[in-house]
Design a binder for this molecule. Structure first.
Ligand code: GTP
Length: 342
């Protein structure tokens, strides 16, 4: 069985970190986001097709040096084709029913149980569903008691919402779904294909699950996912190899070869590899990119510092993004599309 992982987006909302790396390779507890996802695949999935475009070579390099015990196919789109177009472009690798998964979702969904649900329902398509409180910010589903979805309702008022369930970004599809997608075109699975499957087959189902679900699309959710996973593991911090930490780490994660000077306090933050933090530094809700240097006495709150930047001693910054290098050629100036949520 195959799983297509959608990992071709630019991840514009996670800039400046996605200026220099593929979003799916951003570390979560010191391991690329995509590795967390692959580890949740049922045994039956022996082939993983990575639908990639932006920073393809980084993704390929990572999988060349890491073995997940499955065949990994890197399928590069000539240009970003959207979620539907990317799935169609992977058609040559599909044999039977297959998963389609967003690379940027961290959740407790049991894909094996979802597969059993799909087979029991003889579904043409099954999507995972997650309950939210703020329905008016999302597309919610209208769902029957037997789990069949009859339509999607975009951003309804709370009183008009047919349910509180949103598309949670994991799909299980029969090969016939591929016939609905035009080749070589920018196609949205969610907006263009799913409504047709509902209308033409009546066998479009929703699978609800419980536990946790985080769409790691923004810096704030990137920090939340760390907090959640640290709490689940009952740890107050995680640090990588060859670190010299003389300060205090609280609900934070630091990568390999990181130095934190005396009297420094790092709270609810993530530091990538090779970061050097001076003495008497205070940091709260920050993400610090690889090879960043932070001088003595710096105070940062809600700050994202891109790879290879440095912050001069004594600086105070709040609610800021630090990036003083050129933006990579071809990187979009704004978000291109969004599958989940908006
Ligand atoms: P933003 O620019 O911040 O919206 O991020 P994004 O580009 O990752 O878009 P979004 O979060 O909507 O994408 C959800 C998932 O689909 C991510 O795992 C993306 O990598 C993936 N994705 C989005 N567009 C494409 C595409 O055109 N091709 C492929 N292969 N994957 C895509």
């Amino acid at each position: 069985m195959e799983a297509i992982i959608l990992a071709g987006g630019f991840g514009t909302r996670l800039r400046p970190f996605t200026f220099t790396r593929a979003k799916s390779l951003l570390p979560i507890l010191n391991e690329p986001m995509i590795a967390h996802l692959i580890k949740t695949l049922p045994k039956k999935v022996d082939t993983v097709v990575l639908a990639v475009n932006y920073r393809r070579e980084q993704i390929e390099e990572y999988f060349c040096s890491h073995d997940f015990g499955r065949t990994i196919i890197v399928n590069e789109e000539p240009e970003p084709l959207g979620t539907g177009g990317a799935v169609k472009f992977a058609e040559k690798h599909i044999v039977g029913n297959f998963f389609v998964l967003n690379a940027d979702i961290i959740c407790s969904l049991n894909l094996g149980e979802m597969l059993r649900f799909h087979e029991r329902k003889k579904a043409v398509a099954t999507i995972s569903l997650w309950p939210v409180e703020n329905v008016s910010e999302f597309g919610v589903v209208d769902i029957r008691n037997d789990g069949a979805i009859t339509k999607f309702v975009e951003k309804p008022k709370a009183e008009d919402a047919p349910s509180d369930l949103i598309n949670a970004g994991a799909y299980l599809l029969e090969p016939q779904v591929l016939n609905y997608i035009e080749s070589g075109k920018l196609v949205s699975m969610e907006k263009e294909i799913f409504p047709q499957i509902i209308q033409n087959t009546g066998r479009f189902f929703g699978y609800k699950f419980q536990g946790h679900w985080i769409d790691v699309g923004r810096i704030s959710s990137y920090l939340s996912v760390h907090r959640l996973l640290l709490e689940k593991q009952k740890k107050t911090f995680i640090q990588g190899e060859q670190c010299n930490v003389y300060g205090k780490l609280q609900l934070s994660c630091v990568g390999n070869k990181v130095t934190v000077g005396k009297n420094s306090s790092i709270d609810s933050s993530v530091l990538f590899d090779e970061v050097v933090v001076g003495e008497n530094v205070t940091m709260d809700h920050c993400v610090i990119g690889q090879n960043v240097t932070i001088g003595d006495g710096v105070m940062l709150r809600n700050v994202a510092v891109g790879d290879n930047e440095s912050i001069r001693q004594g600086t105070s910054l709040e609610n800021a993004v630090v990036w003083n290098q050129p933006i990579p050629e071809g990187y979009p100036s704004k978000q291109i599309g969004n599958v989940i949520g908006e």
